[in-house]
Ligand binder design. Structure first.
Ligand SMILES: [Mg+2]
Length: 209
C-alpha cells in the first residue's frame, strides 16, 4: 500500500450530529407558544417540523427567532461523547472539517456564524476547517458524516463515502450507520487503517482559563 501524503479528511455535519438542534428548537418553540416541550414529538420525517404543526414559513420564523433571540447555536446541547470522539480521531491523524448548512436564511448570518464558532470552542470540538455551505458535495472530504437524508443521498450520488448518524428520520437509509459517537470512532478508525493516510501534527488542546 502506498502511503498518501494527505491526511484523511472527515467532513462533519453539526446539527443532528454534533449538536442537538431539534431539542434546542423544540424548547424555543415551546417557550414562545406556551406548550409543553413533551407535546412536540421527535421528527420521524425530516421536513419543516410538520409534526409540530409548522408550515415551512412558520418553521423559518421559528428558526430565525431561535437563532437570533434564543441564541440556540450558542447554547444547544452537544450530543453525548462528541468532543471526546473527535479529539480521539484528531489525535489519530484525522483532519476534522466541519461542514454545515447553517446559513440557511438570509439576514441572521452574524448570529449563526459567530455562535457556531463560539459553540465549537466552548464544547471543546477540535477542527481545522469550518465550511458554511448547503451543497455539501462541493466541499472535498474523504469521508462524511451526516444525519440529513437529502445530504446523505446527494453525497452518495456524488460518489462520496458517507456515514449516517442515526436519527429517527433517516432509518430508511442504507449504512454504514453510527448510533453513537463511539460507534463513529470505530468506523472512522477502520477507514483510517484501511487507507493508511498521512498523519498531521496534532492540534493543540488549550486549557481555557
Ligand atoms: Mg444535520
Amino acid at each position: 500500500m502506498v502511503l498518501s501524503d494527505q491526511p484523511l479528511v472527515l467532513g462533519v455535519d453539526l446539527d443532528g450530529v454534533c449538536g442537538d438542534y431539534e431539542d434546542a428548537l423544540r424548547r424555543s418553540v415551546a417557550a414562545r407558544s406556551g406548550r409543553d416541550p413533551a407535546d412536540l414529538p421527535p421528527q420521524t420525517t425530516m421536513d419543516a417540523y410538520s409534526e409540530w404543526g409548522l408550515t415551512f414559513e412558520r418553521f423559518e420564523e421559528a428558526h430565525r427567532h431561535a437563532v437570533v433571540t434564543d441564541r440556540i447555536f450558542r447554547t444547544m446541547a452537544p450530543l453525548p461523547g462528541v468532543s471526546e470522539a473527535l479529539w480521539r480521531l484528531s489525535d489519530a491523524g484525522v483532519w476534522i472539517r466541519i461542514i454545515t448548512a447553517r446559513l440557511l436564511f438570509n439576514g441572521i448570518h452574524e448570529a449563526s456564524a459567530a455562535d457556531t464558532a463560539y459553540w465549537l470552542d466552548a464544547n471543546d470540538i477540535p477542527y481545522r476547517d469550518l465550511c458554511f455551505i448547503n451543497t455539501k458535495p462541493d466541499v472535498g472530504a474523504d469521508l462524511y458524516v451526516d444525519d440529513s437524508p437529502r445530504n446523505v443521498v446527494s453525497l452518495r450520488e456524488a460518489g462520496r463515502a458517507t456515514i449516517v448518524f442515526d436519527q429517527p428520520y433517516n432509518r430508511h437509509l442504507a449504512g454504514p450507520r453510527a448510533h453513537r459517537w463511539d460507534e463513529m470512532v470505530a468506523l472512522v478508525e477502520a477507514e483510517l487503517a484501511a487507507r493508511d493516510r498521512h498523519v498531521p501534527l496534532p492540534l493543540d488542546d488549550p486549557e481555557l482559563p
